[in-house]
Design a binder for this molecule. Sequence first.
Ligand code: ADP
Length: 713
Amino acid sequence: MMKKKILSAGLCLTMAVSLAGCASGTAAEPTTAAPSQAAESSSSAPETTAAPSPNAGISGTFTGTSAGMQGPVSVELTIEDGVITKAAVTESHETAGVCDVALERIPAQIVDYQTTTLDSVTGATFASRAIMRAADAAAEEAGMDMEALKARAYSAQPGVNQVWDTDILVIGGGGAGLSAATTAAQDGSRVILIEKSSFLGGNTMMAGGAYNAVDTEAQGSAILTEAQKNTLDTYLALDPSGESLKFDQFPQWQNVLTQLQTDIKDFYAANEGTTAGVDMPGFDSVSLHMWHIYTGGLRQLNDGTWTASDIDLAKTLAENALGSFEWLKTLGLDLTSGSDASLYTVLGAMWPRTHRFPAGTSLIDSLEEAAKTAGVDIYLETQAVSLLTDADGKVVGAQAEQADGTKVTVNTSQGVILASGGYCANAPMVKQYDKYWGDSLSDHTLTTNVGTNTGDGIVMAMDIGADTTGLEIAQMMPSSSALKGTMTDGLWGDASEQIWIDGSGNRFVNEYAERDVLTLASLEQENGIFYIIYAGQSDENGVCKGVGYDEAATFGANVAALAEGGHIWYGSTLAELAEASKTSAGGAAPAFTEEALRNTIGTYNSYVSAQKDDDFGKEVLSGFIDLEAIESDPNMGICISPRKASLHHTMGGVTINTDASVLDTDGNVIQGLWAAGEVTGGIHAGNRLGGNAEADIFTFGRIAGQNAAAAGK
Ligand code: ADP
């Protein structure tokens, strides 16, 4: 019975290929006309084609395992008389959303084509290969003829050329693309969105769920800390002629400082009689957010020149981020703002204006549903390769190619929105334009990014004359996995409560600083590896009383799994933690002494108590680690996680104006072309603040969608 069932198109194909003498490479589309080995038993099978299978007689269930990105991947093959009748992934820890297609398609193709040599699934190359390797191991375990298995290698072939007509084409299905597409469709345009990868979400899916927005209502429910008030006082005392402000080069930003000083004075006046740290409410303003974008992004390049944020784009972002956040609520996202929000400071944000934001598949699923509800047609595994222009230079569509090589021409009546993200997964491109990191970067520097963010949109736009801004600096995420470059496998809390130490257990940086400052300091450590002490999140009094061994922690992992997986060290006492750090985790074994850890934590605690960091000037200090409580409670402990910087966000990209229109090298609008999100440059200058990416992509995604739709009216 079973054998009959597996007389599928796929199985027949494999024999057709081998009979054609195809040793490797590609196979034709499945056909039911070819004779098959299983058909041997059928009376109609021609005798001459019935070569004995090298695997005849092999039956049973066999399992093989290989190393995936996030842990072991196991595949179970069911073999009946040399024929693979079932392939199933029985263990996988690969990232949800990223690898779903690979987990489904590769096993199905193993059965269909009777081979373990298949095309990798776009965007999930590592997982695809891990599944194929695990299947190989299972086949080997079964004693199958591996050469014969490889000789049936299957690769999908292009279909007939396609031509699609639409009003607007959106290139890229991350946060910017999905919000642009939804907005344009809501505004009445026909919209096609193409995504190169096998899944939607891009880096937006990888982002840490942080969204910065000026939210004065939420600030009204918060208390301004003493450290924050000290920071505001330093802004009031700033001398506009000060060299470090660079107003000689960027005079337009002086007005923002003047406005900020007025805003702070007004705030103090309105809250006279209140005390910071007691009853003075939190403060924020568009001018403060802009000031942070300016000062956080002001950087000097290797050639001595300075780069600063485009003031108009920064203003558009600061003014509209909360509105975009409220719009996202209308799409069904579960978000809190206003007096219900508890704001925090994501790493590198410079101020507690970070709103908690959904991350991963839950975010992307909601956005996808909203896009589909609005009427957007979405095509996965479809990569834009060039932009089409008419005789006047107006963008009228794009040429694309699907994963199987099928060519698609998309003609648009209104134009194209580029939302294809940045290029951190293209380290050579980062290096080509880099004028900041120098030798700290190589063509092989790891990245937090999805593998498909290789800068295609920037290259396509440049090819039709678009200008670019700020390609000279890419942002590195200082606290990535030392082995993989991903943001997984670690533990960290609010920037204000983290303690970063070197291999000897000493602090080496102000953990509240901007990301590039953190990265530069971290890259000076041995092998670029440093360590984060994590003792759980602080309570309302700013005290960390330890972290339980099974307690759920950042990125859905838990402490026990991370410690047992060899990613972090855990101890229920400092002595235990020091002992644990002698074993290897995350590519390091620093062997901290208990004394060094106790000294560092003791000194840090004294700074938290005094709200003043004498060593590194950390402005916002919390996370007093209550060692006594931790050491007396056997269920509570403390962790250290090894980290290393990797490429995270490219601040540069195509030049846009506040309408999200792409500009050419003469500063003119390229008709029919808009861009939003990480594919653009200009807003973040030399350093993007943590939590500003999501605010940027949704704000400018909406603007691009609105303006592209308006072009049809
Ligand atoms: P943003 O944050 O700006 O939205 P993301 O990284 O979240 O950027 O999303 C960008 C998306 O664009 C990714 O899903 C990526 O796979 C996709 N992409 C990149 N290049 C192309 C291309 N040439 N054609 C279609 N999609 C692309």
